[in-house]
Design a protein around this ligand. Structure first.
Ligand code: NAD
Ligand code: ZN
Length: 253
């Protein structure tokens, strides 16, 4: 007989309660219920735009204005979005002492706003602009009025402080993520297609060091075949139920 979602949530909750080094890896699906579109899957941004026209250094230097217009729209979405129950559930799991690190591929700030403190952002921050010449950084609390924005320090153009295709990830963030992954005895993977590397390797690192992979996704992904427990459903529904179950079990023991 196939386990019901409720049975699987219970199994996952037991693993979480027993864990010593639990981590989480999140992707765009985490913020989908906050109204921020994912890149892949239905209604993905990239069904309308080609990624190579937007999220590469080549595209940016060819047409900074076009790329910035796309970012300005996404910055507006992020500023107006609110953390959803999935973000809050992970923040609570951290507060309860179970979740030791959240590693995100998201460039929004919804984990922080939900209260997560132990966070590694692998792909940068969409609300920060960085000068292409001198590296000066500027926090944006609204989409830039002047496009492309100019550096207040040297006058050259600024770019979004995010990692584009073909670019290296921030070294410290990457090192920290892999250090925790090697030590992790369990990982919760939420809303990621698992096809963007090196982030997609993290669940494999946990698995290869003997850890348990728990996945939450509305559909099968590149991670599902190595998942020990696949919780099929929307993150905003499944994660709060999982945390509730963790609470029940840890109060009993
Ligand atoms: P992706 O777009 O490649 O995949 C999204 C995944 O989320 C899919 O597997 C989909 O089935 C799943 N999903 C969609 N809605 C869900 C829900 N409600 N609950 C659970 N799962 C859901 O995203 P990715 O793997 O993160 O990789 C894309 C890259 O795009 C990342 O590098 C990321 O930086 C960037 N990105 C970020 C944001 C953001 O910051 N919010 C948004 C779009 C893209
Ligand atoms: Zn500058």
């Amino acid at each position: 007989m196939v386990d019901s979602l409720q049975d699987l949530i219970q199994k996952a909750a037991h693993i979480i309660v027993k864990s010593k080094n639990l981590i989480a890896l999140t992707g765009a699906g985490m913020s989908a219920e906050s109204g921020i579109p994912t890149f892949r899957g239905e209604n993905g941004l990239w069904s309308k735009y080609r990624p190579e026209e937007l999220a590469t250094p080549e595209a940016f230097f060819r047409n900074p204005r076009f790329v910035w217009e796309w970012y300005a729209w996404r910055i507006g979405l992020v500023i107006n979005a609110k953390p959803n129950p999935a973000h809050k559930a992970l923040a609570e799991l951290e507060k309860m002492g179970f979740l030791k690190l959240t590693i995100t591929q998201n460039v929004d700030n919804l984990h922080e706003r939900a209260g997560t403190k132990r966070l590694v952002k692998l792909h940068g921050d969409i609300l920060t602009a960085r000068c292409v010449s001198c590296g000066y950084k500027l926090h944006m609390s609204e989409p830039p009025k002047e496009i492309p924005p100019k550096c207040p320090s040297c006058g050259d153009i600024m770019r979004p402080d995010v990692v584009w295709f073909g670019e290296p990830l921030p070294v410290k963030a990457l090192e920290k993520a892999f250090e925790y992954a090697r030590r992790a005895d369990a990982i919760i993977v939420v809303g990621t297609s698992g096809v963007v590397y090196p982030a997609g390797i993290i669940p494999h690192v946990v698995k290869n060091s003997g850890g348990t992979v728990i996945e939450v996704n509305i559909a099968e992904s590149g991670i599902t075949e190595i998942a020990d427990i696949f919780l099929k459903g929307a993150a905003g529904k499944v994660l709060p139920e999982l945390v509730l179950e963790v609470k029940r079990i840890s109060e009993r023991t």
